[in-house]
Design a protein around this ligand. Structure first.
Ligand SMILES: [Zn+2]
Ligand SMILES: [Zn+2]
Length: 388
């Protein structure tokens, strides 16, 4: 029962453009999840459950009598970015757009569901997981907290993300850490503001804040092992000063990335030492708020081999490569990998693609059939029908 791939590609393009025109922010994916659930029911899945972890959807497809289950995951949320592209299917929701290609991820997983429902070729259970709110790093956790693993058990999980710059039809992944942890921090300095002409009468905080920002640069340069990877970026410095009044309050905000929990812990520890020590030397006080938003994404080595083999089943083998280095971006797919092994891989969005999170970004529809075929191939490989 071979499925007509060019027809499926055209259908996925229609779905993708419909989703692109109607983007929704994390946990607000009401139209999107209704769209997904309606399609899954139309394809004849055995079970379709909406409202898992807010706006998440889980579809289940069973064939044969195998008792193994694997999960395939797509994310559905868009970003608060004003689209600048001019396609006829550009965002109809001002200020919100699919700038990370989750419209494409959703469409290609729907394509895989349709292909597998019609074509079979596997023995066991496939869970199709459509998660909300990936961009915030909250959607996977919400589905897990809503009993995902107990209500829809599975033993391994696979996901794809498009990659600008990688040619269409190419796949890339690697064993171990492939995406970083993301931590957020806020350092609040308290002093005594006052007249700009008389700094010595108070303890203003702006110079202390600037010194803190400079000293934070020594965390990666001087306090992490040279063999460890970390990023500490200060992204905002806000004070309550005005042109002729020195501030008594400053907030330093930023973002830190790492690939090992020990490195994340070290960054936090050193940040506290620097913030408190620098503040003391300027006679002001500092408090540090440090939160962990995303955990590192750690691929299972054996399942990476299976994913690469599945990609070679459906593509030119020279288009399937092992990534040399992890990326300092974050993905909440990592949360599923805290429960079961799996593999997250990148699929080419073309060399001419705008970067992710850019107002001109657009998912490349030519990639859809490659993504759907990859998901289909991994299911047929991991839920191999018994010969008989
Ligand atoms: Zn994104
Ligand atoms: Zn994304």
């Amino acid at each position: 029962m071979a499925i007509d791939l060019s027809k499926l590609s055209q259908e996925m393009t229609v779905w993708r453009r419909d989703l692109h025109a109607n983007p929704e922010f994390g946990f607000e994916e009401k139209r999107t999840s209704a769209f997904v659930a309606a399609k899954l029911r139309e394809f004849g899945l055995d079970d379709v459950v909406e409202g898992v972890g807010g706006t998440g959807v889980v579809g289940t497809l069973k064939r044969g009598n195998g008792n193994r289950a694997i999960a395939l995951r797509a994310d559905m949320d868009a970003l608060r970015i004003n689209e600048q592209g001019s396609a006829e299917y550009r965002s109809r929701n001002p200020g919100i757009m699919h700038a990370c290609g989750h419209d494409g991820h959703t469409a290609m997983l729907l394509g895989a569901a349709k292909g597998l429902a019609e074509g079979g070729g596997f023995d066991g259970t496939v869970r199709f997981i459509f998660q909300p709110a990936e961009e915030w790093g909250k959607g996977a956790l919400a589905m897990l907290a809503d009993g995902l693993m107990e209500r829809f058990p599975f033993e391994e999980i696979y996901g794809l993300h498009n990659m600008p710059g990688l040619p269409v039809g190419h796949f890339q992944t690697k064993a171990g850490a492939i995406m970083s942890a993301e931590d957020n921090f806020e350092i609040v300095l308290h002093g005594v503001g006052g007249h700009a002409a008389r700094p010595h009468w108070g303890n203003e905080v702006l110079v202390a804040a600037c010194a803190t920002v400079m000293n934070l640069q020594t965390i990666v340069a001087r306090r992490l092992s040279p063999t460890d990877v970390g990023v500490v970026s200060v992204t905002e410095l806000i004070t309550d000063g005005t042109r002729n009044a020195l501030p008594g309050l400053a907030r330093i905000l930023g973002d830190a990335r790492s690939f090992r929990p020990e490195v994340s812990a070290k960054i936090e520890e050193e940040m506290r030492v620097i913030a408190e020590g620098t503040a003391r030397s300027y006679n002001v006080s500092a408090e540090v708020l440090y939160t962990r938003e995303f955990v590192p994404l750690l691929n299972d080595a054996a399942l990476v081999d299976e994913a690469l083999a599945a990609a070679r089943d459906i593509s030119d083998p020279s288009h399937v490569t092992t990534a040399k280095e992890p990326m300092t971006g974050s993905e909440d797919f990592a949360r599923f990998l805290e429960h079961v092994p799996g593999c997250f891989a990148f699929i080419g969005n073309g060399e001419a693609s705008a970067p992710l999170h850019n107002p001109n970004f657009d998912f490349n529809d030519d990639a859809l059939i490659h993504g759907a075929s990859f998901f289909t191939a991994i299911v047929r490989r991991r839920l191999l029908p018994s010969k008989g």
